[in-house]
Design a protein around this ligand. Structure first.
Ligand code: NDP
Ligand code: 8X3
Length: 255
């Protein structure tokens, strides 16, 4: 089947959803630009993508630093031309403490990464997409953008913000032929909980105990589906959870 080769930027490509998405899209031979902070991990993903035949450029960058994002974006454009797709995925949760006991530094990092980083990346990509009159921005939201759970006050607020920003971006960019979509997953087993609990593997493991969580590949499949819709179709949002999860806190655990 003939497939148009796209230029796709993916943030948070060193692990989890971003890495799985990069590997899935690499198999179709797209031009990939991979971003994350850990250069060594990014280089490994780049190598794997190249081995499956895709032209891949890894650009280590921290989405919290707007200047670095602008520089990375212009390097990406120099290399492959303007982006067709941005998968705006880099993000994290830190802590699950009661509001009054939570660490304000964790709040700052989550807000800076999940909200401001997503804005900086979206802005950097939209500039080039407006020039070309087409493009597709896919923001990674969460079930935490639809609900709030105990200890999730700021993480959930950042994902509620992603939902509002996605709608706002769409309202401002659709007239330039730019599609804006959101993917909103529930519990998925990646490095997410290890990061949230700052390396406490047992606590991270317990999040998924007695239930079958989503995998990074499940989310990559949704992103692939959203990207491959015909130009006149814009998916606004896909909410997906494990079958064993009905809401953020209503989880069917066996054993
Ligand atoms: P992972 O921890 O496995 O991956 C997160 C990715 O984000 C890593 O590649 C990390 O790379 C990158 N990242 C984090 N901070 C920054 C930063 N400041 N600058 C650049 N890159 C950064 O988690 P997931 O794959 O699970 O999470 C991906 C997205 O999905 C996040 O936005 C998360 O909030 C969201 N999500 C996750 C769910 C889950 O249950 N796992 C469910 C719903 C949404 P590096 O450390 O190298 O910078
Ligand atoms: C990540 C899913 O339920 O841990 O966004 O908030 S959850």
């Amino acid at each position: 089947m003939f497939m148009t080769k796209l230029t796709i930027w993916i943030t948070g490509a060193s692990a989890g959803f971003g890495k799985a998405t990069a590997l899935k899209l690499a198999a179709e031979g797209h031009n990939l630009v991979l971003m994350a902070r850990r250069a060594d991990r990014l280089a490994e993903v780049e190598k794997e993508c190249q081995m499956s035949g895709s032209n891949t450029l890894s650009l280590p960058a921290d989405v919290r630093i707007q200047h670095d994002i602008e520089v990375a974006a212009s390097k990406a454009v120099e290399h492959f031309g303007p982006p067709d797709v941005l998968v705006n995925n880099a993000g994290l949760a830190l802590g699950l403490d009661r509001f009054d006991l939570a660490n304000p530094e964790h709040w700052n990092t989550m807000i800076d990464t999940n909200v401001k980083g997503l804005l900086y990346m979206g802005r950097a990509a939209a500039k080039y997409m407006i020039e070309t009159g087409k493009g597709h921005i896919i923001n990674i939201g969460s079930l935490a953008g639809k609900e709030v759970y105990p200890g999730g006050h700021v993480y959930c607020a950042t994902k509620h913000a992603v939902e509002a920003i996605t709608k706002g971006m769409r309202q401002d960019l659709f007239k330039f032929g730019i599609r804006v979509s959101q993917i909103s997953p529930g519990l998925a087993e990646t490095e997410f909980s290890t990061v949230r609990f700052e390396g406490d593997l047992q606590r991270a493991h317990n999040v998924y105990k007695g239930m079958q969580p989503l995998t990074a590949e499940d989310i990559a499949n949704c992103i692939h589906f959203v990207i491959h819709q015909p130009q006149h179709v814009c998916i606004h949002d896909i909410v997906l959870t494990p079958t064993a999860q009905a809401t953020s806190t209503l989880i069917n655990r066996t054993g």
